[in-house]
Design a protein around this ligand. Structure first.
Ligand code: PAF
Length: 331
């Protein structure tokens, strides 16, 4: 019996764990517990997980590019509550970076990530090489039409093809019954949902609310690029979203006015705006005219501070700046 299978069986005998703590400093503390095991070879991972599944284990999956922060840990903690085995992938996926983007400088800290994951804990970390994911001769790309055309897709050509392709491949390697993503990357979440549905992948895709710093800045691995002065300016994004959220709560339904409220908070504080969008959260297209009665609106923004590109969003019409929690399967 492998260590993983033994842990699954032990976990099934245990009483439910104490409820997880709130994200923040405590959630970021490293544990002195055992580090999750790192598997480099996707075939070895599948072999290990098949053995656990043969004992009835449910597998949950959290794909990441590493440089983990409290937002990632919240996803892993949520995954933990849904399944017997939690797999986290750490793979900086080259195909989702444009030629002038930050692939080379993207933060990489596997040892630090493993220490953080030990505190959740995760069971297995898939950390494959680029060659293991994209072997010579690799020729298949997954393209999700429509949803990828606007917002980040319009400013990062090919980005979502890279995301959809690698997520499809990771789903195939891990075979999870549930996968957990953050809603900060809202367009990515919708693209992955569409891809999983269209390819009949037997996985439930869960979106979790954005985890924020105390001043509201959405947590992101790229926040670590910011200088202290840039970090102060970075709250302009959430301030814009809050302004739109308050106006929406007060009855404003004109997308142009809601967008102008966001732009007003950004101007003079960020160094460039890629887009400000207020529209349909399902189609990611603008509403024709005002936001229809009884409907929410996605407010989304991408802006540059120095050389760092930040994104954030909120679903207007929910009670706070966050978004309603997705229900876990079967709840
Ligand atoms: O959100 C990310 O970290 C990445 O886009 C993902 C989903 C791990 C695919 O590389």
């Amino acid at each position: 019996m492998t260590g993983l299978t033994r842990r699954v069986l032990e976990a099934r005998m245990r009483l439910p764990a104490a409820p997880p703590g709130a994200p923040g400093e405590e959630a970021m503390s490293e544990s002195s517990g055992p580090l999750p095991e790192v598997v480099r070879d996707p075939r070895e991972l599948r072999r290990r997980l098949d053995a656990a599944r043969a004992h009835g284990a449910r597998v949950a999956f959290v794909p990441t590019m590493g440089a983990l922060h409290a937002g990632h840990l919240e996803l892993v903690r949520h995954a933990r509550s849904l399944a017997d085995v939690v797999v986290v992938s750490i793979f900086v996926n080259p195909t989702q970076f444009g030629p002038r983007e930050d692939l080379a400088s993207y933060p990489r800290d596997l040892d630090g990530d493993l220490r953080l994951l030990a505190g959740v804990p995760a069971d297995l970390v898939l950390a494959p090489s680029v060659e293991a994911v994209y072997p010579p001769g690799h020729a298949t790309t997954v393209h999700v039409a429509g949803l990828t055309e606007g917002l980040c897709g319009a400013h990062r050509p090919g980005h979502f093809d890279g995301v959809a392709t690698v997520v499809a491949k990771l789903f195939s390697m891990v075979g999870p019954c549930v996968a957990v993503f953050g809603r900060k990357d809202f367009q990515q979440l919708q693209v992955v949902r569409r891809m999983a549905a269209d390819l009949d992948l037997p996985v439930t895709v869960i979106g979790r609310p954005t985890v924020r710093e105390p001043d509201g800045l959405a947590m992101s691995s790229r926040n670590r690029y910011l200088t202290p002065e840039q970090r102060r300016r970075a709250t302009a994004l959430v301030e814009g979203l809050r302004a739109a959220s308050s106006a929406f709560a007060a009855g404003q339904r004109d997308p142009a006015i809601l967008q102008s409220l966001i732009r007003a908070r950004l101007e003079g504080r960020v160094d460039g705006i890629d887009y400000v969008f207020v529209g349909d959260p399902e189609t990611l297209r603008p509403y024709e005219g005002p936001v229809p009665r009884g409907r929410t609106a996605l407010a989304a923004v991408a802006a540059r501070i120095g050389r760092t590109r930040l994104i954030d969003n909120a679903e207007l019409g929910t009670d706070d700046l966050g978004v309603p929690e997705d229900r876990p399967p079967g709840a």
